[in-house]
Design a protein around this ligand. Structure first.
Ligand SMILES: [Zn+2]
Length: 692
């Protein structure tokens, strides 16, 4: 339910191939804050994790040994120190699991993640610690620190109760076993997806429309046919570009049937186990349990929220669908509907024709090193910090770049950028904590794990525009961690906010990408140095805004399915039926018979019922962004106010309070409505400017 648990589950869902050895992090003494320094063998990693867990136990022993009155200093302090050790162990086992060279090291890190997860469950069920914490008098003062400490104690006690700490011995043993079972089933669910790569035969004619380098990459079989796979680099271009509706449909069904039927009983068992866990803890459904400590507060609030967003965006998505269908019918008079397997293709054609925008045309303005420098400089201006390169930092791979973050002359954090693919490395894009922050004692450190273009000698690393948006997104998480982890307690940093607020600061930063004033200083042609033309950015923005209604409705579809499978008796669930019903409730595109997409819906393990996080945080993010002056995004006073009232507090206050502090009111759906409808206003204006 917190970021840690979802991190662990995420980590367990991945399997990676092996890689070469690494000589970079050797020849240094072990360092209690950095696992990769000194701990360069699997055995040394185990020893390092063992030290963290031993330190955690020592803190707990010290807490339990206290005689007499419980205080913040003699009870909360050692508990926070214990949590800090668990966080260090978890963050860095995850780092090495995702990024270490060599399968042996990554396998060891994965095993260590399970050990740490189990230790965290032990602590969450420790009655002695719970009673000691409950006996600490809440600070009566009204200083910021007192209020933060009060919130920390209350929040921790809530988490303890949600874990089942106040149950009897037999019930707690059952809860522990159920938690372990959830972890194991989730791992199997992920493995089944990773291991099921399907083959899709195609004729040469069916490859028409695909980019030349795609066709060249695939060699014909002896019979002249081609064999494609369901891996993304094979699958996505087919859905986007192949002129054959039949190939698009076959590929769609293959991709959306991965891990089927294998994952049907696995998912059933996962949901039954979660249901039993919820009942054991006294909640009617797992969705009620999983939302109890979130911003949304309850499953019934969640249902009302999904309905509200549906009402706000339904018209826009209907309008988009009508436009798309009319466009397709003009091109192919026989078309009567747009199916799920045709929608990406037609949307691509529509964008090209309507906005005269070719995504390839902006890549020369986004070579990787310029983008990195540009994002650092944007963050500097926005948040009034500077980044100082640390060329001699010891890192886990020589490609990693390290910066210290300075506030004035004060060093407040360190960031590691691991930005390009390499063999064996995690293939996703994410941001995570490396070291939690404790004011005056421990500086926060964070990392980006990305797989962007570039990183190879001689390759300028020309980025797609959505890669640049992703960079902004992940950097939003990183700034939240660094600026939000300057507090007194290690577990009140940026990543420790309620799970359903985590994606708001990152999605807010995404919006910056649409500003010409933000892009112009760094988006320069890698050969000529010419700045990206403003009309090109306008076209890019207009094309990028097309389809937002459908995007929100698709998020509602996934959110609704995730909620319902955790809200109804698990034994009675019929996944295909429910998927189809939810699909038709939200999407205008036609369902493709034969798909079983639920079987590869990976978010069901990590997010469980809480997939809605993305859409709730989109509502908040665009509302945040609407407070900025579009003519002066970077240097106006709003950015600093945002830093002070949203990022810096980290998890010292409920997220809803941070939202209210910054907006002067709770979030409203109006900004999302405006965001979705930009395509019907702004797009037209820029097209008109272009004389179309
Ligand atoms: Zn994110």
């Amino acid at each position: 339910m917190n970021i840690r648990q979802s991190f662990l589950l995420l980590a367990q869902g991945l399997l990676l191939p092996c890689a070469l050895g690494n000589a970079h992090a050797q020849a240094s003494k072990p360092d209690p804050l950095h696992a990769w320094i000194g701990a360069t063998t699997p055995a040394a990693l185990t020893a390092w994790i063992g030290e963290r867990l031993a330190a955690e136990q020592k803190d707990i022993d010290a807490l339990m040994a206290v005689k007499g009155t419980r205080t913040v200093e003699n009870t909360l302090r050692p508990l926070d120190d214990a949590q800090n050790e668990l966080a260090l162990a978890g963050d860095q086992a995850y780092l090495l699991y995702s990024l270490a060279d060599g399968a042996e090291m990554r396998d060891k890190a994965q095993a260590e993640l399970n050990r740490i997860s189990s230790a965290a469950t032990d602590l969450s069920l420790n009655q002695g610690v719970y009673r000691a914490l409950a006996a600490v008098p809440l600070p009566a003062g009204t200083s910021k620190d007192d209020l933060a400490t009060k919130h920390y104690i209350e929040r921790s006690l809530l988490e303890y109760r949600l874990s089942g700490v106040d149950k009897d011995d037999a019930t707690r043993a059952k809860i522990h076993a159920l938690q372990d079972k959830v972890t194991e089933i989730s791992l199997n669910f992920g493995k089944n997806i990773a291991n099921d790569v399907k083959k899709v035969p195609a004729t040469r004619k069916e490859l028409d429309g695909l980019p030349a380098d795609y066709v060249a990459r695939h060699k014909p079989n002896a019979d002249g046919g081609y064999t494609l796979t369901t891996d993304s680099p094979d699958m996505l271009p087919v859905e986007d570009f192949s002129t054959s509706a039949d190939l698009r449909r076959r590929m769609y069904i293959a991709y959306h049937s991965r891990a089927y039927p294998a994952n049907e009983p696995v998912l059933k068992s996962l949901l039954e186990t979660r249901e039993e866990l919820a009942h054991t803890l006294g909640y009617p459904t797992y969705a009620d349990l999983a939302t109890a400590d979130q911003m949304i507060g309850s499953a019934s609030n969640l249902k009302a929220f999904l309905d509200e967003v549906d009402a706000a965006t339904k018209d826009a998505s209907g309008r988009e669908y009508k436009q798309l269908l009319a466009f397709a019918q003009k091109r192919e008079p026989g078309v009567t509907e747009i199916s799920d397997s045709d929608s990406r293709y037609w949307a691509e054609q529509y964008r090209k024709a309507t906005y005269d925008f070719d995504a390839q045309s902006v890549r020369p303005y986004f070579p990787y090193t310029q983008v990195e420098a540009g994002i650092l400089s944007t963050a500097s201006k926005l948040f009034h910090v500077t980044f100082q390169r640390v060329p001699d930092a010891i890192v886990w791979d020589k490609s990693v770049t390290t910066y210290d973050v300075l506030d004035g002359s004060k060093r407040i954090g360190r960031i590691y950028l691991d930005m390009h693919p390499r063999e064996g490395k995690d293939k996703w894009f994410s941001s995570g904590p490396v070291v939690p922050g404790i004011r005056g004692r421990q500086m926060p450190e964070g990392m980006l794990i990305c797989n962007f273009s570039g990183g190879v000698a001689g390759d300028p690393g020309l980025m797609q525009y959505d890669e640049v948006v992703t960079f902004f997104h992940e950097f939003g998480h990183l700034m939240h961690h660094i600026l939000g982890s300057q507090n007194e307690w290690s577990q009140q940093g940026g990543f420790n906010v309620e799970g359903d607020f985590v994606e708001a600061p990152s999605q807010m930063l995404e919006e910056m990408f649409r500003s010409y004033a933000v892009l112009a200083p760094f988006a320069k042609d890698y050969k000529t140095g010419a700045t990206i033309p403003e009309p090109l950015v306008a076209k890019m923005n207009a094309a990028g805004a097309y389809g937002r209604g459908n995007w929100v409705q698709a998020q509602l579809f996934y959110s609704s399915f995730s909620l319902q499978v955790h809200d109804q008796p698990a034994a009675q669930l019929k996944f295909d039926d429910l998927w189809h019903t939810d699909h038709d409730r939200f999407l205008h595109t036609a369902y493709v018979p034969g798909e079983h997409d639920f079987a590869s819906f990976t978010h069901l393990t990590g997010y469980a019922s809480n997939y809605y996080t993305y859409v709730l945080d989109k509502v908040i993010a665009v509302d945040f962004f609407s407070q900025f002056d579009p003519r002066d995004l970077l240097s106006g006073p709003t950015a600093m106010r945002y830093r002070k009232s949203v990022l810096e507090p980290g998890a010292t206050e409920p997220a809803a309070e941070l939202v209210k502090d910054f907006l002067g009111r709770p979030q409203s759906i109006d900004a999302l409505k405006a965001w979705v409808n930009v395509q019907f206003t702004e797009g037209k204006q820029s097209a008109a400017r272009e004389g179309k």
